[in-house]
Ligand binder design. Sequence first.
Ligand SMILES: [Zn+2]
Length: 492
Amino acid sequence: MSYNYKNQIFTLILTIAVIAGSTLTAGASSIAANFCDIENHWAKSYVEMVSKYNAVSGYPDGTFKPNDTIKRIEFIAIIVNSQGINLRSPLQGEYWGQPFIEAALEGGLILPNEYGNMDDATFNMNISREEMASIVVNAYINSGRLLDPIVLNAASSRLSDLGTVSPRYYENATASVALDFISGYPDGSFAPKQYASRAQAAVLSYKLLVKLGIITDDNLPLNIVLSKNKLIQGDVLKLSVYHADSPSELSLVQDLYSDFKWYHHDSVIQGVIPTNYSTAPGKHSLEFTHSETGVITTKTIEIVSRDFRVQKLTVDPSIESSTRNDEAYAEYSKYFNPSRESSSTTKYYSEPFVLPTIGRLSTEFGESRSVNGALTAYRHSGIDIAAPRGAEVLSTNRGRVTLAMPLILTGNTIVIDHGEGLFSVYFHLDKLNVAEGDIAERGQLIGTVGSTGFSTGPHLHFTMSYYQFNIEPGYVLYDRSITKDNYLGLMK
Ligand SMILES: [Zn+2]
C-alpha cells in the first residue's frame, strides 16, 4: 500500500474520530487549572480557558511556564488533546509522548518523516513557527473544514518572508495566517524558524477549539496585567488589559496619578501610572470595573521608598538673583508648563530610548537641594549630565518638539512630546537646533550642552515625564535608576 493511500484512510477515520471527539469534549469542560505563574501574564485567560478543556497542562510544581519555549511533543500533545482524541494508555517504561505521536500520525497532523529522525530526542526539540502552523492547519483541515482560496491568496501576498519558509510548509504557513491561527508580525514577516512559547501554543489551542466549535462562547474574561507588583519611587507602572472592547468599558480607581488615561492599541488597552518622590511609599490598591460585566478586579502594588540624595549647592548670589526671581518663574509658568499639557494620542516612537549626551552624572533624579545653606522644597526633576560646552545633545527618541526657546530660569530649553503622555525635557543648552513643531528623530542633534539659565557650569539637565509628572529617566532608558554608582556602566 502506498503511503498516500494509507494516509487518506487514516484521515477519513480521524475525521470521524475528531467529530465524535468534539461532541464529547464540548460537554466535558471542567474547572480551569490554577497555575501559580500566570497571574500577570498576557495569555492568562487563554491558558485557563484551554486548561478547562484539558488541552494544556502544567508542571507538578503548579507552574505553567508560559514564556518557556515549547517542544515539538508538547505542542503535538496540546493539539491532540484539543481535538479530544482518545489515546491508548502508555506502556510501562515507554516515552510519555509515544501515544501522542501515534495519534498525530494517524490524524495526519505530522508525517512519518516529519522531523527526519523520529526518535525521542527529535520530539524533545523546540518547535518552530512553521512546524506549529503545519500541525494546527492539518488539525483544522482534517476535521473536514475547507480553505477559501481567495483568503489564502490574500494572506500569501501579505507576508514578506514566505520565501524563507521551508517549501513543504509553504501552504500550511500561508493557511495558518489566512485562518488567523498565527498572525504575522507588524512588519509583514512570518519568522518561520523562530521558536514559539507555551503561551503562544495555548493561544493556538484556543483558536482551534473555537474553530472546531468546541468552545462556543468565545468571550474570554478580562485579563489585567501589571508590569510590576513592586516599584521604587520614580518607576513607571504599565497596565495592560486584554479581552476588553474599548477603554470606555473600563474604569480605574487609584490614588497614585490623577491624569491617568487609557490608550487603545490593536488588541490591548494600556495605560501608565508614573511614580516619583511625591508618591507615598506603601501599599496602593487599583480597582478596575468592567462596565460590560460589572466585574470588579482589585490589584495591589507596593511603592518602595528611594533614598534620595541631598545636594548642597553654592551659587553666585548675583547669578541667583538674576535667574531665580518672580519674572523668571512667571515666564517659566507661561511657556514651559503648557508645553507638557497635551500629548499625541498615539506614540511617535517604536524604538528604545537613548541617552541624549554622554558625560559625568552630577545630580541624580529626585535629589533635594540646599542652596547657599538653606534647604529648599525643590526636588530635582531629572538628571544632570556634566559635559563640555558644545557637546552634542540628541533627541532621546522620536517625537514632536512642543517648546524650543530661551527661558530665564532654565536657559535654552527644549520639550519633546513622544506621544501617549510621555515627554522629554532638555535645559541649559548652548544652542538650539530644532524649533517648535519639528519632528525630532531618535538620536537627532537637537542642541548643544551649555550653561544658560540657573546653572553652575556646562551640563545637560534631562527630564522625562508623563505630562507634568516627572519620573526617573533611567526607568525609560534602562529599566532602573541612573545613579552615581552605576552611570558609568549604563553610559557605555
Ligand atoms: Zn538639573
